[in-house]
Design a protein around this ligand. Structure first.
Ligand SMILES: NC(=O)c1ccc[n+]([C@@H]2O[C@H](COP(=O)([O-])OP(=O)(O)OC[C@H]3O[C@@H](n4cnc5c(N)ncnc54)[C@H](O)[C@@H]3O)[C@@H](O)[C@H]2O)c1
Ligand SMILES: CC(C)[C@H](C(=O)O)[C@@H](O)C(=O)O
Ligand SMILES: [Mg+2]
Length: 358
């Protein structure tokens, strides 16, 4: 029996998670999966109910689960709260408390969506990049941090720090994953300016010695941001730190047609994981039933693959997504002329049906 904790969160979070659960139900029926679902509060919803974006009860449930299916958190309603009480801090605490240091963000362009990509089809067709983002260190977590008064003015400060062991373990994840695909890793840094990433480059290069088949390259992050929109297919696996990975993955999302198409897995050393779309709570479209649930549904596929070791179920969910795209169904964010615009619920129901009839 596998235990999955469901944390819908805020904004479009509950809408898209409902659709992933519909797909999970279809998966359970087809594959006879033995899964126990638990539910919890996180983010703004938890702030409202318990005054804490990551209540102790939710953290306990998360520790007890084999995997977590997460929606999205945050929104303007909670932006003025005391810093540690904000939804985003709850998510960071959850990642850190569970040791989810390896964040996998696959940016794959489905051929059916070539017209929805921000890039010309000839530049982007066949795109399949995996961004491996370090998730529990770097400037997101470095101390000291804060806003203080100094010499009669306010000063904001954060600390960019990575230990050698943090760098080694994320490099190994990237190399191991690259061995299962194109065997090319590009490590993205700012080694020309920042000492942390100067060391990052050195450590990644040292770790690569254990992987003679891997072709390792290095790129400064500003160039990488440019290369992603100039010639994205030059990349196979990108490995980078927390902040650079956050930014580059949203950029890569648009190559696939929409941020609503980018799933993620956040894994610990033992592949226990949290699975969430890369996007946020989209307050501008929340409650309208138009959000794209596919990133969350494909995050569920990643959950099957990495935490439940059910690659067959993951493949079937991804095939169901492709089938629905073949049928011409599109939520508003990926809609192009000639396709059929559907709601969040219609998209989820269509994927669940395609999976059931697989
Ligand atoms: N992991 C997370 O839970 C997560 C990730 C990113 C941002 N956030 C939070 O979400 C809130 C809003 O942030 P933001 O506006 O910068 O980013 P966002 O990702 O929520 O939205 C950016 C844009 O993308 C669109 N979008 C996002 N997801 C979509 C989907 N599934 N279908 C269609 N369109 C979609 C939105 O409508 C918006 O126009 C903030 O509080 C932020 O901190 C949370
Ligand atoms: C909400 C925020 C803390 C989060 C991050 O920066 O990691 C988000 O942008 C993401 O990409 O998951
Ligand atoms: Mg982000």
């Amino acid at each position: 029996m596998s235990r999955i904790l469901v944390l819908p969160g805020d904004g479009i979070g509950p809408e898209i998670v409902d659709e992933a659960l519909r797909v999970l139900e279809a998966a359970q029926a087809r594959f006879g999966l033995d899964i126990e679902l638990d539910h919890g509060l996180v983010g703004g919803a938890a702030c409202d109910a318990e005054g804490d974006p990551l209540p102790e009860g939710t953290l306990e449930k998360a520790r007890a689960a084999d995997a977590i299916l997460f929606g999205s958190i945050g929104g303007p309603k909670w932006d003025k709260l005391e810093r540690d009480k904000r939804p985003e801090r709850g998510l960071l605490r959850l990642r850190s408390s569970l040791g989810l240091f390896a964040n996998l963000r696959p940016a794959i362009l489905f051929p059916q969506l070539a017209g929805a990509s921000s890039l010309k089809p000839e530049v982007v067709s066949g795109l399949d990049i995996l961004i491996v983002r370090e998730l529990t260190g770097g400037i997101y977590f470095g101390q000291p941090r804060g806003i203080k008064e100094e010499n009669g003015e306010r000063v904001g400060f954060n600390t960019y720090v990575y230990t050698e062991s943090e760098m080694k373990r994320i490099a190994r994840v990237a190399f191991d994953l690259a061995m299962q695909r194109g065997k090319r890793v590009c490590s993205v840094d700012k080694a020309n300016v920042l000492e942390v990433t100067e060391l990052w480059k050195e450590v990644v290069t040292e770790e690569a010695k254990a992987y003679p088949e891997i072709e390792l390259s290095h790129m400064y992050v500003d160039n990488a941001a440019m290369q992603l929109v100039r010639a994205p297919k030059q990349f196979d696996v990108i490995v980078t730190g927390n902040l650079f990975g956050d930014i580059l993955s949203d950029e890569a999302a648009m190559l696939t047609g929409s941020i609503g198409m980018l799933p993620s897995a956040s894994l610990d050393e033992n592949r226990k994981g949290l699975y969430e779309p890369c996007h946020g709570s989209a307050p501008d479209i929340a409650g309208q039933g138009i959000a794209n649930p596919l990133a969350t549904i494909m995050s569920l596929a990643m959950l099957m693959r990495y935490s439940l070791q059910r690659g067959d179920v993951a493949d079937a969910i991804e095939a169901a997504v492709e089938k629905v795209l073949d049928q011409g169904l599109r939520t508003a964010d990926i809609h192009t002329e000639g396709s059929r615009k559907v709601s969040t619920g219609e998209m989820g129901a269509a994927v669940a049906e395609a999976l059931a009839n697989g």
